[in-house]
Design a protein around this ligand. Sequence first.
Ligand code: GRF
Length: 192
Amino acid sequence: VRVAVLISGAGSNMAALIDAGQRPDAPYEVVLVVSNDPDAGGLAIARAKGVAAVAIDHRPFGKDRAGHEALVQAQLAAAETQIVALAGYMRLLTPWLVGRWADRLVNIHPSLLPRYPGLDTHARALAAGDSVAGCTVHLVTEGVDEGPILAQAQVSVLKDDTPTSLSQRVLAAEHALYPEALARFCIDRFRP
Ligand code: GRF
């Protein structure tokens, strides 16, 4: 199964997805990485792993989200993408792109959804006094962080955790969960 990964930053989840997809028995392969930020560190990491990586800067488009997405979609189509995986992609998608990839668009979110959709998940979990935190892989629908849940992983919150220390523990869990959930999803979706 041909997977494209959309990123905006460091790309550590992207790297985990690429690595798992390059194992001989993997049910998917990452064939393309697209970043909306030309300075995203993940672009060079992807290229070093032999994966085509392109930047499509959203800034020249201003409020024209559809114009930016049309270029993203052109890249996805040219790479014969079958599944799109968001990995720290910090742009809201339009209903058009979400609809175009319905049931073939997944995301990872650093909380145990439905708790803490949106930003600052770790600070919010700590402020609430939660003893457990984690991450969620879900299908993307029009509502932000609202789609059907595919998989979750939990981590313990420690007594002295800060948002930074908790985010590091959750990120490590993300790196294990996302490749596994994506592989399972590809098998279920494409090999009935
Ligand atoms: C991850 O925590 C992901 O869940 C999120 O943003 C972070 C991206 O990190 N929404 P990276 O770019 O994958 O390293």
